[in-house]
Design a protein around this ligand. Structure first.
Ligand code: NAD
Ligand code: 44H
Length: 470
C-alpha cells in the first residue's frame, strides 16, 4: 500500500495565531527559526504560528501548501559528545503567501494584530536596494522593497510596529536592512511620520545564525518515508547543534522566550566576535572548499574531510590563514575550529558542495575577502589557499568547469561581459561591482590567480592543492 502524504488529515494540530511573518521558505529557516518556534510552542512559551512569504517568484511554498504546511526536520549528528538521530514534524507554519500571485494577500498581513515578529533569510543576495522598486509595484522586486511596502501599510493602518530579526549572513544584517528601508522611505516620499514610526515602533535586530542545514536528504528520503510511514517532499535535514546570537535590547528575551525554551540563544549588545569567528572559520572554509573540491570531482563536505589532501588543505587554511587574522583568544579559536571540523565530518550529514556554491560571488566577498584583506595587510603577502579558491571561482564563472555557476542574474550577466574582455582575469579582479573594491590593487594577486588557473586547467584541482600542501 502506498504511503499517505503528510497533511492535516493525519494530525490533530494546535491552532496558534500568526505571530510571525517570515520572508523565505528555504531549508535553513524551516530547520532553524520554525524549528525553534515549535520548541517554544511545545513548552507553551510562545503559542504562535508563522505566515511564510515567498520572497521571489519561484519557490517552494506551493509544495508546503500541498502538505498543509507540515514538514519533517531530521536532526542527525553529535551534540556535546552525544549521538543524536531524531525527527519531528514541524507544525509552526499556519499559511503561505505568494506576493507574485496575490499581492493583496501579502499586504493584508499588515492587518494582523497578533503579528509581532518578522524573520527573514533571503540569502546574502536578498538585502539589496533596487532603485527601480516603487511603492505602487505589486510586488516590489527586492525583499527590502517588499518589506517597506508592508511596513508602510501597517503604519497607514495605525497599528503597532514589529520586531524585525534578519538572519541573512551579512554583517550587521538588521542595520543593513533598516538602512535600505529608510532609503525607500526617502525614495518613495513616505513622509517623516512614517520614518518616526519606523524608528520608534520597530526594532531591527542584527543576528548571527549557525546550524548546518544540508536540506532535503535526496539519497535517503524514500527509506526515511518508509520508516516514518508517511510521504514528505520537504524533509529538512540539519545538525543538532545551533547557536542564535541576537544583537539588541535584552527585552526581546521576554517577547521571544527562546532561551527559556533551553535553546542556545545569546542576546547581546555586541555580536561581532561571534560573527567573525563563525563566518571566517566555518563559512570561510566552506566557501574555499566548494569550488576547488568540486573541480576535483568531490561532491560533499564529508568527502572533503575524509580526503587526506583536502583535509590538510582546509586544516592549514584554518590554522595558517584564518585564525591568525581573527582578534579573539587563540584557545577559543582553536576550540571553535576543532568543533567546526567535527561538524564538517558529521557522518550523518551529506552536505552538498553544490548547495554551498549558490551565489558564490557574494559569499566570497562576505566570507573570505575580509580574511584575505586582514592577512594581506598583516603579512604583506597573499593567503595562498584563499587565493586558489578565488582562482577556482574565476575558472568556474568563465564557464570552464563541468558544472555551471549558480548565481543571481546580475552576477551571471556581469561575468558574461567580463569573459568578452581581452584580459578576463584582470577585468574580473578589477570589477568593483563584484567585490566592492578593485582586487588588482593587491600586489601580485593577478599574477598568482593567473598561475593558479593555469595549474587548475593543466594539472587539475588536486594538483593545485598538493602544490600548496607541500
Ligand atoms: N543551509 C545552511 O546550512 C545555512 C546555515 C546557516 C545560514 N544559512 C543561510 O541561509 C540562506 C538560505 O539557505 P537555505 O539553505 O535555506 O537555502 P534555500 O535555497 O533553501 O532557500 C533560499 C531562500 O532565499 C530566498 N531567496 C533567494 N534569493 C533571493 C533574493 N535574491 N531575494 C529574496 N529572496 C531570495 C528564496 O526564496 C528562499 O526562500 C543562506 O544563503 C545562508 O545565508 C544557511
Ligand atoms: O547556506 P549558505 O549557502 O549561505 O552557505 C553554505 C554554508 O556555509 C552554510 O550554510 C553553513 O553551513 C551555515 O552557515 C552553518 O551555520
Amino acid at each position: 500500500m502506498g504511503l499517505q502524504q503528510l497533511n492535516h488529515s493525519s494530525r490533530k494540530l494546535p491552532q496558534y495565531p500568526t505571530k510571525v511573518i517570515q520572508f523565505g521558505e528555504g531549508g535553513f529557516l524551516r530547520a532553524f527559526v520554525d524549528w525553534q518556534i515549535q520548541q517554544m510552542n511545545q513548552k507553551d512559551l510562545f503559542q504562535g504560528g508563522v505566515a511564510v512569504v515567498q520572497p521571489i517568484g519561484k519557490g517552494m511554498t506551493s509544495m508546503l501548501d500541498a502538505q498543509d504546511d507540515l514538514y519533517t526536520v531530521l536532526l542527525e549528528g553529535k551534540l556535546n559528545g552525544e549521538k543524536i538521530q531524531e525527527h519531528e514534524v514541524i507544525e509552526a507554519i499556519n499559511e503561505t503567501v505568494r506576493p507574485y500571485e496575490d499581492y493583496q494577500a501579502y499586504l493584508d498581513l499588515a492587518k494582523n494584530d497578533d503579528a509581532e515578529f518578522i524573520f527573514s533569510n533571503t540569502t546574502e543576495a536578498g538585502i539589496a536596494f533596487d532603485e527601480n522598486d516603487q511603492l505602487a509595484d505589486r510586488p516590489q522586486n527586492s525583499y527590502p522593497g517588499k518589506l517597506t511596502a508592508l511596513l508602510y501599510e501597517r503604519f497607514t493602518l495605525g497599528k503597532k510596529g514589529f520586531q524585525i530579526i534578519s538572519c541573512e549572513l551579512i554583517n550587521h544584517n538588521g542595520d543593513a536592512l533598516k538602512k535600505i528601508v529608510l532609503q525607500y522611505a526617502t525614495l518613495w516620499n513616505l513622509g517623516t511620520d512614517f520614518v518616526n514610526w519606523l524608528n520608534s515602533e520597530n526594532n531591527f535586530y542584527s543576528t548571527l545564525v549557525d546550524r548546518i542545514v544540508p536540506g532535503y536528504p535526496r539519497d535517503r528520503a524514500a527509506e526515511l518515508e518508509q520508516e516514518w510511514g508517511y510521504r514528505d517532499n520537504l524533509i529538512v535535514k540539519a545538525e543538532p547543534f545551533l547557536i542564535f546570537v541576537i544583537e539588541g535590547d535584552p527585552k526581546l528575551e521576554k517577547l521571544l522566550p527562546l532561551r527559556a525554551a533551553d535553546l542556545n540563544v545569546v542576546v547581546t549588545d555586541n555580536m561581532q566576535p561571534y560573527r567573525n569567528r563563525k563566518v571566517s572559520l566555518l563559512n570561510g572554509p566552506h566557501t574555499t572548499m566548494s569550488p576547488i573540491a568540486r573541480l576535483a570531482g568531490i561532491e560533499t563536505v564529508g568527502q572533503v574531510m575524509s580526503d587526506p589532501d583536502f583535509y590538510q588543505f582546509i586544516n592549514d587554511e584554518m590554522y595558517e590563514e584564518i585564525i591568525p587574522t581573527v582578534a579573539l583568544p587563540q584557545d577559543e579559536l582553536t576550540e571553535y575550529a576543532e568543533g567546526v571540523k567535527e561538524r564538517f565530518e558529521n557522518p550523518y550529514v551529506k552536505h552538498e558542495l553544490s548547495s554551498i556554491a549558490l551565489n558564490s560571488i557574494s559569499k566570497f566577498r562576505a566570507r573570505l575577502l575580509p580574511t584575505f584583506k586582514r592577512y594581506a595587510a598583516a603579512r604583506h603577502q597573499l593567503p595562498q589557499r584563499i587565493t586558489l579558491a578565488l582562482a577556482a571561482y574565476l575558472k568556474i564563472y568563465a564557464g570552464k568547469a563541468d558544472f555551471a555557476p549558480q548565481d543571481t542574474p546580475e552576477v551571471i550577466a556581469e561575468f558574461a561581459q567580463l569573459i568578452k574582455t581581452n584580459d578576463y582575469i584582470h577585468a574580473a579582479l578589477a570589477d568593483t561591482t563584484l567585490w566592492g573594491e578593485d582586487l588588482t590593487q593587491y600586489r601580485g594577486l593577478a599574477e598568482l590567480v593567473t598561475q593558479d588557473i593555469r595549474v587548475l586547467d593543466e594539472l587539475g584541482a588536486r594538483a593545485a592543492v598538493l602544490q600548496i600542501n607541500q
